[in-house]
Design a binder for this molecule. Structure first.
Ligand SMILES: [Zn+2]
Length: 187
């Protein structure tokens, strides 16, 4: 079936997904012992699920948001790499990311394993993503914290889900571009 999705919709979905990776990178920087699970875009925003060693409270969201903004200003390149399956498994084992190891097992044998890297953060991900964290701009907001079972299964560990969204459905791209050009002028 041909896709009716517009370029704008596709761009917004990429932006939301970029925001999810940005959130996970910020959380990993602030809480190095955290384990990351999944972080998709959805219709109005993004979320990421985490297993924190100590439960996170909503009071901590502003500091995470602040770190996200700092990473935007670092303009870190977002790099796609394709890895042999065994290498990806070894990497996520070495970094203690057992949820990523489980996700890896669920990827069909014939599929290419791709990761996206920005700064010290590496995510198992099909993409696509933008070129660098600067393109995300600053028009995002973390909204709330909720509980979510791993894989939606109540027999699995309860994770903490952080929700966020671009401030509007249209303006993040525009504001993102403005922020970037303002920033470029200063450098
Ligand atoms: Zn991704």
């Amino acid at each position: 079936m041909p896709s009716n999705r517009s370029t704008l919709e596709t761009d917004l979905e990429t932006l939301r997904h970029d925001c999810a990776h940005l959130l996970a990178q910020a959380v990993k920087e602030l809480y190095p012992a955290v384990q990351v699970a999944i972080g998709p875009a959805f219709e109005h925003g993004f979320y990421y699920d985490f297993a924190f060693p100590e439960p996170l409270t909503a009071d901590e969201l502003p500091a995470i948001e602040q770190r996200m903004r700092e990473i935007v200003f670092r303009r870190e390149p977002i790099r796609r790499e394709e890895w042999p399956r065994a290498e990806a498994d070894a990497f996520f084992a070495a970094t203690g990311e057992r949820f990523k190891q489980e996700l890896l097992v669920a990827i069909p044998e014939h599929e290419t394993i791709s990761v996206y890297r920005q700064g010290e953060f590496t995510d198992l991900c099909r993409g696509p993503h933008g070129a660098d964290t600067g393109q995300i701009g600053l028009a995002f907001k973390l909204l709330k914290l909720a509980g979510a079972y791993w894989r939606g299964d109540h027999r699995q560990p309860m994770l903490q889900r952080i929700y966020g969204h671009p401030i509007t459905r249209i303006f993040p791209l525009l504001i993102g571009i403005n922020v970037l050009s303002v920033f470029s002028e200063g450098t």
